[in-house]
Design a protein around this ligand. Structure first.
Ligand SMILES: Nc1ncnc2c1ncn2[C@@H]1O[C@H](COP(=O)(O)OP(=O)(O)OP(=O)(O)O)[C@@H](O)[C@H]1O
Ligand SMILES: [Mg+2]
Length: 328
């Protein structure tokens, strides 16, 4: 089913520039080393990688904020970086994208960096630099102060949890006490922290882990288990090539995937939660919001190296035909 036609989508998307969204979670820098391998090292039986180019991208929660900014809404981001060069690089990238960075610097941990080493187009290795320990009480307090400093300015909250420490019980309590809508992209091991949120957007694997379900369970059963456990009445499970399942109370709506071509599926979940939130804040209902998010995700998975979509492109992806007729 498609629940939104282009005219309706345009009305919704036209409101995006008025919106202010807080993204909070684990910040990451994605680094790429491009180069070639032409010989084996004389020191050990390993290839020698010659770096030709280095590029950096916003990762983790930063990619959600990047999606918000690409759609002309105001994004605020709260998270933790280290007192290091990578932290400076991350701040510079956020600034370039017009994202309001409300960051806490922790001198005891490094900025999270995921470095991919790529020879021609083959990824050789990924090198992670991170610290997943619990945050110190002082750093947690600073995060809560940062939330207090922006909470009155924003329309809704997105929690982008990769389990690196920013999302804690106290942080979730603070966010929920604001009374604003809270959208969560979960880390399954933190599922117990998400009680009474507005909506969660796990992918299939995360949903099954949150529900502690085995493979025999259906998506419907898994969704119902999660909703009961978290005491929430909205849930959106993303299903990769199978689209999405939207749960609203007892009602379950399947939305088929919209990608015309698929190149790079990483980051699709970030686009989903960004567009779902923006659409909902713009006044769309849940079905319309999920459909627009699904079209946006279908676009980003088809683009090489693009993890975001702009407003005109998003509008153009949505069929002109009137809504409620089934297009699937
Ligand atoms: N292979 C695919 N074909 C068509 N659409 C896809 C495909 N993979 C992802 N999508 C679109 O992207 C959405 C999110 O994908 P998915 O369920 O894989 O999220 P995810 O695993 O959280 O992504 P990530 O964590 O990499 O950002 C889907 O609901 C669908 O709209
Ligand atoms: Mg995801």
């Amino acid at each position: 089913m498609n629940f939104v036609n282009r005219e309706k989508a345009r009305q919704i998307i036209d409101h995006f520039p008025e919106e202010k969204i807080l993204v909070i979670g684990d910040l990451m820098l994605d680094k790429y080393l491009w180069g070639k391998v032409e010989r084996i090292s004389p020191e050990a039986p390993v290839p020698v990688f010659e770096v030709e180019k280095e590029t950096v991208n916003l990762g983790g929660a930063c990619n959600v904020a990047n999606n918000i900014a690409a759609l002309d809404a105001k994004a605020y981001i709260i998270g933790v970086i280290g007192k290091d060069n990578n932290g400076e690089v991350l701040k510079k990238l956020l600034k370039e994208k017009g994202i309001e960075a409300v960051l806490v610097e922790d001198e005891k941990r490094p900025t999270t960096v995921k470095t991919r080493v790529i020879a021609v187009s083959q990824q050789l290795i990924r090198i992670d630099r991170e610290n997943k320990d619990k945050l110190s009480p002082e750093i947690e307090k600073e995060i809560i102060e940062k939330i207090e400093s922006v909470i009155n300015d924003i329309d809704a909250i997105i929690v982008s949890d990769y389990g690196k420490g920013v999302i804690t019980k106290n942080v979730m309590e603070k966010l929920l006490s604001s009374g604003k809508m809270v959208f969560v992209d979960p880390k399954p091991s933190n599922c117990h922290l998400y009680k009474h949120i507005t909506i969660m957007t796990p992918n299939r694997k995360e949903a099954y882990q949150c529900a502690k379900a085995d493979d025999e369970a259906s998506v419907e059963e898994v969704g119902r288990t999660i909703m009961k456990y978290l005491e929430i009445d909205k849930l959106l499970i993303t299903l990769g090539a199978e689209g999405m399942a939207l749960f609203e109370g007892d009602e379950i709506t399947r939305i088929r995937a919209r990608a015309k071509k698929v190149f790079d599926v990483t980051g699709a979940g970030d686009t989903v939660i960004a567009v779902l939130t923006l659409s909902k804040v713009a006044g769309a209902n849940w079905k319309e919001s999920a459909c627009i998010a699904n079209f946006a995700a279908g676009y980003v998975v088809g683009e090489i190296g693009t993890a975001t979509v702009d407003r005109e492109t998003l509008i153009s992806l949505i069929p002109e035909e009137n809504g409620i007729i089934s297009l699937s």
